[in-house]
Design a protein around this ligand. Structure first.
Ligand SMILES: NC(=O)c1ccc[n+]([C@@H]2O[C@H](COP(=O)([O-])OP(=O)(O)OC[C@H]3O[C@@H](n4cnc5c(N)ncnc54)[C@H](OP(=O)(O)O)[C@@H]3O)[C@@H](O)[C@H]2O)c1
Length: 269
């Protein structure tokens, strides 16, 4: 069976271990986190793998995932280059921003390199994570991309190639879709509480509306076609009332409301 090492068994790292192990596609070998305690903790939680202290101590594996924080990728890569077991391994990081060029130094050691980015939010709580239907952007060496196709297509992931020079824009899209929607939900709770609604009820209202909206978005071609509310109806009076209430509440929210108003007007329908 294919063997793999994991540098950075955090939210994504553990999810990938579970997906590849449960489907019996590949077997975990070594795990390195920042500290040995954290690596041991991850292996105990996964009930798989061998925790090792340093990247240079990792055993030989067909595939090596670097799933640490984006900022630590180059440093991990330099340490990996000192490992005598990496010859011919496929090395893949999962940053949505960085390109496979961050791993180029490993090519001197006969490695094939790629970046593999699932546009998906892993919370770390998933006991049975899945890549079924998840779009994953890949770029890098042909051999590494072929390998990724072979192991992730059978678990339902949809791999497609991305221009490495466009990854910043691509990744910013993920921030808008996933991260900002979370922040907007939190702002919604804040406003509901400001209107006198009890915190627990405010939280449930936000979750219910968010799921309802996501469901509506999933049913239309372009998300803008799921838009309801005053901007969609052209209710200028309602929009002005919102703005004056927000002015008395929080000036930053006025700015955000105005930016959204302009953006909504510009979206092609
Ligand atoms: N979370 C997502 O939804 C998501 C989705 C797609 C892609 N990604 C990408 O996946 C990567 C990991 O993200 P994450 O959310 O899983 O992060 P995370 O939960 O913070 O996990 C990062 C892991 O990397 C380890 N680490 C950090 N620096 C290290 C180093 N120098 N040497 C060895 N291990 C190191 C940490 O070890 P300690 O436990 O010891 O601190 C931790 O286990 C990032 O490139 C991110 O862009 C994330």
């Amino acid at each position: 069976m294919i063997t793999f090492n994991m540098i950075g068994a955090g939210r994504v790292g553990k999810a990938i271990v579970r997906i590849l192990s449960l489907s019996k596609i590949a077997q975990l070998s070594g795990v390195v986190n920042r500290t040995l305690d954290s690596s041991i903790h991850a292996c105990n939680e996964l009930r798989l793998g061998l925790a090792v202290q340093h990247i240079v101590d990792l055993p030989r594996a067909d595939l090596i995932f670097i799933t640490c924080n984006d900022d630590a990728i180059e440093n991990c890569c330099e340490n990996l280059a000192k490992n005598k077991n990496i010859n011919q391994s496929i090395v893949v990081h999962m940053s949505g921003l960085k390109t496979s060029r961050s791993l180029d130094v490993l090519k001197r050691h006969g490695c094939s390199v790629a970046s593999f980015h699932p546009m998906y939010s892993f919370s770390g709580d998933e006991k049975k994570p899945s890549l079924q239907g998840v779009y994953c952007a890949v770029e890098g060496d042909k051999k590494a991309i072929g390998f990724l196709q072979d192991i992730f297509t059978p678990v339902g992931a949809i791999l497609y190639e991305i221009d490495p020079d466009q990854k910043a824009l691509y990744h910013a899209a993920g921030v808008f879709i996933s991260n900002y929607s979370v922040v907007l939900c939190d702002m919604g709770i804040n406003l509901l509480e400001g209107s006198g609604i009890e915190a627990g009820i405010a939280s449930e209202i936000v979750k219910s509306l968010f799921m309802n909206t996501a469901n509506n978005v999933s049913k239309v071609g372009r998300p803008i076609n799921a838009l309801t509310g005053p901007a969609q109806r052209g209710d200028e009076g309602t929009i002005e009332s919102h703005l004056s209430a927000l002015k008395a509440y929080d000036h930053d929210l006025v700015k955000i409301y105005e930016i959204f108003k302009t953006v909504i007007q510009k979206v092609p329908r």
